[in-house]
Design a protein around this ligand. Structure first.
Ligand SMILES: Nc1nc2c(ncn2[C@@H]2O[C@H](COP(=O)(O)OP(=O)(O)OP(=O)(O)O)[C@@H](O)[C@H]2O)c(=O)[nH]1
Ligand SMILES: [Mg+2]
Length: 255
């Protein structure tokens, strides 16, 4: 049974390039993986997906057919994904592969918040599926930006209820010092809170609130894996994390 891995993250967080880079890395390790593009608006993709939603629906055609503007047409396309879910799923299942790497639409809310994506996840099979959530290092560079990013990742997990791994994409753009700071926040709520105090100038802004505890209890403080698609770095850790997530799922299923 193939494992399906959805790459989800904010616009420009590096999803498409990560899907491609992870496939390249897997192939160099002797693992079999195919790529699936679910972004109907993707132009000039850096890779040639094995299965492309644009064979069924494209943003350009949707705009022409419906007279909608680009944003409404994006939503229209996102909702239309569900209509093609069965056919796309059958096409994917025609491949004999161990891993299916799925690139999702640019703006994450188009995938995360629309009902059709849940239809897709069901249709493709949720038992062997997980999410890789990409945290953009530019957004996560400040303490409040970091908190916002992990809230998005927690929202995504809440929405789909499948295992999720969080990666810090484009890690090569960060200095050693900045990278260490962000990784420290991912490991230590106390360190994050201290940095938040420094940023906002107000004492114990989160530690005193239930909000911070809620973040902890939904598992928002999870290890962040730094990845560079440019340098093919961090993919071994990601691969191991993916194995662990699927094994945990299988253990639950056999309990
Ligand atoms: N330095 C560096 N740049 C990266 C890396 N990954 C992606 N980028 C750059 O980030 C930008 C966005 O990358 P994409 O892979 O298109 O991101 P995306 O999330 O698919 O973007 P949309 O689908 O348009 O929302 C591009 O300019 C990439 O060159 C990386 O590992 N290192
Ligand atoms: Mg993309």
């Amino acid at each position: 049974m193939s494992k399906i891995i959805y790459f989800i993250g904010t616009a420009g967080s590096g999803k498409s390039i990560a899907v491609h880079a992870f496939q390249v890395w897997m192939n160099t390790q002797g693992y079999d993986a195919i790529t699936v593009n679910l972004d109907p608006g993707a132009e000039n993709l850096v890779y040639n997906p094995n299965v492309d939603i644009q064979d069924w629906i494209t943003l350009k055609e949707a705009m022409k057919d419906t007279d909608l503007g680009p944003n409404a047409a994006q939503i229209y396309c996102a909702d239309m994904l569900a209509l093609n879910a069965t056919e796309v799923s059958e096409t994917i299942k025609g491949f004999d592969t161990n891993y299916i790497l799925v690139d999702t639409p640019g703006q994450m809310e188009l995938f995360t918040f629309r009902e059709s994506s849940r239809v897709i996840v069901e249709e493709f099979g949720r038992d062997d599926a997980m999410i890789v959530f990409l945290v953009d290092p530019i957004l996560a560079g400040t303490p409040s930006g970091y908190v916002s990013s992990i809230m998005l990742s927690a929202t995504t997990q809440f929405r789909f209820s499948i295992p999720l791994a969080t990666i810090l994409s484009k890690a090569d753009l960060l200095s050693e010092e900045k990278l260490e700071r962000i990784l420290e926040w991912s490991k230590s709520p106390d360190a994050l809170n201290t940095s938040l105090e420094e940023e906002t100038g107000s004492p114990a802004i989160l530690a005193s609130s239930e909000f911070f505890k809620a973040l902890e209890s939904v598992g928002a403080f999870r290890p962040l894996l730094p990845i560079s698609s440019l340098n093919l770095q961090g993919f071994e850790d990601l691969y191991n994390e993916i194995q662990t997530a699927f094994e945990a799922g299988e253990d639950l299923a056999t309990d």
